[in-house]
Design a protein around this ligand. Structure first.
Ligand SMILES: [Zn+2]
Length: 636
């Protein structure tokens, strides 16, 4: 066979393989992200993916074709046995080419740890896939050049493939299907109850239980005894291959959206801390794509990209007053007809609605170092460092001196603690003033404390914590729960007896250590980052307390998307059939359910949502939002 023929066969087969692989990847991707709602965009995106994989296939095919010719030329192999040996040699070369791609890909996946067991396993899987791909390419090109001599195969095969792909495309990219509008009929006698929902990011019974036992959380203890509680199972994102490690696939923006809509990520469309704006695509991609971050504008997930009705928006439509404080993905703050909203970004504009509330917000001034050390005498005496949290965490590296590390961690704690106190007090003041029927308040605590301080909380898992450090910082995670307990005390004191209170978290927490690969030089078997030592776990918590809640019941099998149906039921509203969760009815008083039985409607989403492509944020705003993600180890 001539050289040009060998190259041509490699090229054709490589491109076809890349095309097929790309198409199946595109189907998987647009379906799993719910991006197939946007037919035109999804087709265009699929075209990009297919083009990219075809080019990679073309490249690999040409190289294999070249090898095919080269090996024959040099070794003059002709017998069957020798042909087999040649084929094997080519496959190994092909495998090498793919392996290099895989390695680059994997490095882009793991921002903190690349020497971990999961990294090794991931590599193995991809390497095996590479091997299979090399066999397919090499045998396919061999088949083309050997047994099928006629060009008919190409002339007939290509249009056939195009038709199959077209049919599959039409089947898969169907656009958004909306239920026909339905009038929601409210019961005339809606229960005269109020509902307060408290979001404690990352709270878990694993930490609450021992603290309750020690008598350090009297208000949690009271609510758990008098009310119902249990584990609230978190949701690991289906786009786990695009996960970053600090969240372990449990990403707070997505989970808090599930909590507020009763729907899974695919329906509500919020997947990640960041989104990607691909030029020529009208709709944003709901996640950050590793590696391509450099080429496409990436920005934090902000409130304008949410498109399903959150529970307070449903209530607002039916004239129920509400207040929302600092909920995740609520900047810029939305307008509510019957309520108010405060987002969590104090340094930005449009943090509160209505406008007069923005004007009236009290000035934020955090704790001074003296005030902080009065509260926490074990904290080291360090200077006040005026730097954003993400920048502080960046300074905690292996080369930092113990004094520098003390200064960074103490100032980090000062910032987070001051913020939680500020927003806690603000939410109490606003509640006292407005008394809304529905109130949602979100706290950073304990999430922002678990990420940096876990190694001091359980130093036994980490090799670089001195007893002195454990003494200074070991109680800070507990202190974040105590802060919340003190908040609960003030809140429970001022609410009416017809109020139900729900505490929820989006996920639990645990130490962030990755089992290592022992053959790497200078490696001790376990790997962790000096700054980020806590990560997410699946066991969050739900506590129901107050009006219409059963006492002493242990809730089993609750999940994040069960919260909205439960909230709607407690307020006498029907649950929508298109919600993925169930009502946690076992925790609700039977008498209440007899009087206000659970009703359902088809959907609250009756109008196609008006989509506005998010505008790129100014550099200052983006930096402010991204700093928080950097501080927690979600982006680097
Ligand atoms: Zn979270």
């Amino acid at each position: 066979m001539t050289f040009s023929r060998s190259l041509l066969y490699g090229l054709v087969f490589g491109t076809l393989s890349g095309l097929l692989f790309g198409y199946f990847f595109a189907i998987w991707f647009v379906n799993i992200t719910g991006y197939n709602r946007y037919t035109a965009d999804a087709l265009l995106l699929s075209l990009y993916i297919v083009t990219l994989t075809s080019l990679v296939g073309l490249f690999a095919g040409v190289i294999l074709g070249f090898l095919n010719h080269f090996v024959t030329l040099v070794f003059g192999l002709s017998s069957d046995k020798q042909k087999l040996r040649r084929r094997l040699a080519i496959i190994c070369f092909g495998f090498g080419i793919f392996a290099i791609f895989d390695f680059l890909w994997l490095i882009s996946q793991r921002p903190v740890f690349i020497y971990s067991l999961s990294f090794l396993l991931g590599s193995l899987v991809l390497f095996v896939l590479s091997f299979v791909m090399a066999i397919i390419l090499s045998s396919g090109a061999g088949m083309l050049s050997g047994s099928i001599r006629s060009k008919k195969f190409l002339w007939m095969g290509t249009p056939l493939l195009a038709i199959i792909i077209f049919l599959l495309a039409i089947h898969n990219y169907g656009g958004e299907k909306l239920k026909s509008p339905q009038e929601v009929v409210l019961t005339e006698n809606r229960p005269d109850t109020k509902l307060i929902i408290l979001g404690f990011d990352s709270a878990t019974l694993k930490i609450i239980d021992p603290l309750v036992e020690q008598g350090r959380l009297p208000n949690f203890e009271r609510m758990m005894k008098e009310g119902s509680y249990g584990v609230l199972e978190s949701n690991v994102s289906k786009v786990m291959p695009f996960a970053n490690s600090a969240s372990q696939g449990m990403r707070s923006p997505s989970l808090w959206e599930s909590i507020a809509t009763g729907k899974r990520e695919k329906k509500h469309g919020i997947f990640d801390f960041q989104i990607t704006l691909v030029p020529t695509l009208h709709h944003h991609l709901p996640l950050r794509i590793p590696f391509f971050t450099r080429y496409f504008p990436t920005m934090p997930t902000i409130s304008s990209v949410h498109y399903l009705k959150r529970v307070w928006e449903i209530l607002d439509e039916y004239g129920i007053s509400s207040g929302v404080i600092r909920w995740f993905t609520c900047w810029p703050a939305d307008e509510l007809k019957h309520g108010f909203m405060v987002s969590d970004r104090l340094t930005l504009e449009r943090i509160a609605t209505p406008a007069d509330l923005q004007e009236a917000l009290p000035d934020y001034s955090g704790f001074t170092m003296d005030e902080l050390r009065q509260r926490f005498p074990t904290l080291p005496e360090v200077p006040f460092v005026d730097a954003p949290a993400g920048k502080l965490m960046k300074r905690v590296s292996e080369n930092a001196t113990p004094v520098e590390i003390d200064a960074c961690f103490t100032n980090l704690f000062r910032q987070y603690y001051s913020m939680d106190i500020y927003f806690g007090n603000l939410s109490l003041d606003l509640y006292r003033e407005h008394h809304p029927t529905f109130y949602a308040v979100y706290f950073y605590a304990p999430d922002v404390y678990i990420h940096p301080f876990w190694k001091f909380y359980e130093p036994q898992y980490f090799g670089d914590v001195t007893p002195d450090q454990a003494e200074k910082f070991g109680d800070l995670i507990n202190q974040s729960y105590i802060l919340l307990d003190e908040y609960l005390e003030k809140l429970l004191e001022m609410i009416d007896t017809n109020t139900t209170v729900m505490i929820i978290s989006d996920h639990g927490a645990g130490p962030w250590i990755e089992e290592g690969v022992s053959f790497l030089p200078g490696f001790k078997g376990k790997k962790y980052h000096p700054a980020y030592s806590g990560s997410h776990r699946q066991d969050g918590v739900v506590i129901l307390w107050g009006k219409n809640v059963k006492s002493g019941l242990r809730i089993e099998g609750a999940e994040v998307h069960d919260i909205t149906p439960t909230m709607l039921t407690l307020l006498g509203f029907p649950v929508a059939e298109d919600m993925d969760g169930r009502v946690l009815r076992e925790a609700i008083d039977d008498e209440f359910l007899r009087q206000y039985p659970i009703r359902t409607i088809t959907s609250y989403e009756t109008e196609p949502h008006r989509y506005e492509r998010p505008k790129l944020l100014t550099r200052e705003v983006a930096a402010d939002l991204e700093d928080r993600l950097r501080a927690l180890g979600y982006i680097r």
